[in-house]
Design a protein around this ligand. Sequence first.
Ligand SMILES: Nc1ncnc2c1ncn2[C@@H]1O[C@H](COP(=O)(O)OP(=O)(O)OP(=O)(O)O)[C@@H](O)[C@H]1O
Ligand SMILES: [Mg+2]
Length: 239
Amino acid sequence: MRKIITSTGVSKNYHNQEQQFSVLNDIDLNIYQGDFVSIIGKSGSGKSTLLNILSGIDQPTNGQVLVNCTDISHMSANKLDVWRGKNIGLVFQFFQLIPTLTVLENIILPMDFCKVIPATKRRVRAEELLAKVGMVDKANKFPSILSGGEKQRVAIARALANDPDIILADEPTGNLDSATAKTIFKLFSQLNEQGKTVVLVSHDPDCQKYSSRTIHIVDGEIKNSPSRPLSTEEVRQHA
Ligand SMILES: Nc1ncnc2c1ncn2[C@@H]1O[C@H](COP(=O)(O)OP(=O)(O)OP(=O)(O)O)[C@@H](O)[C@H]1O
Ligand SMILES: [Mg+2]
């Protein structure tokens, strides 16, 4: 299997007035094309920091991140923005839709930014993506009238705008009830079946039912991942 994301010796340190402290410590991680990985760990263990480093939103203090054979650890911010738009679809807990744009316009925006999809095809593509997530009837509405689950569907359609190989999602169901969360996990699962590599940070033990493997982060380090999904009780002990 082809490695699509590789982190080697990745560390992240912060410092306050008194001392330096380590948030991630020597993370070696391989994610393969077609993987569906869930990342779990206690609040503050470093999950979001790791995801942000894998997407180039954040820079590691030490170490290297290769995504699709590109070293993103030290790419300039401008280059990274365009690179990310083409290669990675991001999904967040609080959706981060632009309130002044319609649902359709929210999905066209990353296409306008990256210019991979020809201008004449962007609107039709946005409609197709909305159909894929079951939201085509809301294309001309503004995000504020949508339910949380609907907002997340739109955010997932937006993440697919430039047809990236990789979807990274940070607590995508953290703001949703459990029934809605299930539909969102299923959507990620479908995307994975259609060839997307998916990495999902979640507190919800259900995510493991959909992912192919689980990575535990404990105090900024990867602990050995079990070969079987953890029970709800075991995840609670970790989360
Ligand atoms: N910009 C920053 N400056 C200083 N410390 C930070 C910064 N960003 C994160 N941290 C610290 O790094 C640690 C890991 O944070 P991170 O957000 O990665 O945790 P997490 O596992 O995603 O937690 P949660 O499950 O609550 O989202 C925390 O102790 C946090 O306070
Ligand atoms: Mg987090």
